[in-house]
Design a protein around this ligand. Structure first.
Ligand SMILES: Nc1ncnc2c1ncn2[C@@H]1O[C@H](COP(=O)(O)OP(=O)(O)O)[C@@H](O)[C@H]1O
Ligand SMILES: [Mg+2]
Length: 322
């Protein structure tokens, strides 16, 4: 097989928290604590997990919006953490991000046309009239009309604003799009329209996606593979179908059991997780999930499980499968 479009190895991000009168580092938040995965061209990798488990930080490090504390990021085989500023600028054109809150990420004082044109200006693409033409094309591509270019973000609904965010991301013809909870703020009916649009665009332009969500049901249909994160670590990564049909990690099972089932007579066992996600500043010893795990054993409080291949080829980090 050819090399993956993106590969990350042992990524870590520790945020120092300064406190006290002297502003000394009082504690360290281990937002991401040793994450490795790869994404092949044309594929969608879903990343799921509860809020605070390090998904956004992982996505940002994958495009070097923030510098990792440790680890490597390879894009098309190039180690992007070692690129010079100008090389990084060129690479950044190939990797675009779509954010959860389209309103917060769109400048309210700029017209939609100008917002979509901006990345083309930054990357010196075309002249002014060529860019205007491309803006019109992009608006049509995401299901809006070219005449919307003169309007302002507040004149649009949440779903339309997310379409504008998608048009802006597509403007520079990226290869990889990192979508960080792109539909989490939208009504359920609008969510599926935006998901369908993202899938259509993927086929049309052979795009590669990293799709971040806190809700497993959202990533199910769009992802080829899914990585489940808990407290800064990947606990399970597998083909989407297998993950949903036979989740292995107790955390994946719990997340899946929390997905609402449309049939009220279907009484599958709901696993209710005790307590909240522990603070990444004070992660528990051993398995990060052990104090909430319904099947924890003695070893789980002592030894950190490593991500290992199971018989059916997926990766799981759980002492149950040792
Ligand atoms: N700049 C920062 N400084 C300190 N802590 C941060 C910073 N960014 C994120 N964190 C912390 O890192 C953890 C992971 O955050 P994040 O990656 O945003 O998680 P998710 O996207 O899964 O909700 C959280 O505990 C968050 O509070
Ligand atoms: Mg996030």
């Amino acid at each position: 097989m050819s090399e993956p479009l993106l590969k990350v190895e042992g990524l870590k991000k520790y945020f120092p928290i300064k406190g006290g009168l002297l502003g000394k580092v009082s504690e360290t938040v281990r937002a991401v604590d040793g994450v490795s995965f790869s994404v092949n061209e044309g594929e969608t990798l879903g990343i799921v997990g509860e809020s605070g488990c390090g998904k956004s930080t992982t996505g940002r490090m994958a495009m070097r919006l923030i510098e990792p504390t440790a680890g490597k990021v390879f894009f098309e085989g190039k180690d992007i953490l070692n690129l010079s500023k100008s090389e990084m600028r060129r690479t950044r054109k190939d990797i675009q991000m779509i954010f959860q809150d389209p309103f917060a990420s769109l400048n309210p004082r700029q017209t939609v046309g100008r917002i979509i044109e901006e990345p083309m200006i930054v990357h010196h693409m075309g002249n002014s009239s060529e860019r205007r033409k491309r803006v019109d094309e992009l608006l049509e591509l995401v299901g809006l009309s070219a005449y919307y270019a003169k309007r302002y973000p507040h004149q649009f609904s949440g779903g339309q604003r997310q379409r504008i965010g998608i048009a802006r991301a597509l403007a520079v013809r990226p290869k990889l799009i990192i979508a960080d909870e792109p539909v989490s703020a939208l009504d359920v009916s609008v969510q599926s329209q935006v998901l369908n649009l993202l899938q259509d665009l993927q086929k049309r332009f052979n795009l590669t996606y990293i799709f971040i969500a806190h809700d497993l049901s959202v990533v199910r249909h769009i992802s080829n593979r899914v990585a489940v994160m808990y407290l800064g670590k990947i606990v399970e990564i597998s083909d989407s179908e297998r993950l949903y049909d036979h989740p292995e990690h107790p955390y994946t099972k719990a997340l899946l059991s929390a997905v609402p089932i449309p049939d009220p007579d279907n009484k599958t066992n709901r696993i209710i997780l005790k307590g909240d996600v522990p603070s990444p500043a004070h992660p528990p010893a051993g398995c990060p999930f052990h104090d909430r795990c319904p099947v924890a054993m003695d070893i789980c409080a002592k030894e950190v499980p490593v991500l290992k291949k199971t018989e059916d080829g997926r990766l799981v980090s759980c002492h149950l499968y040792d």
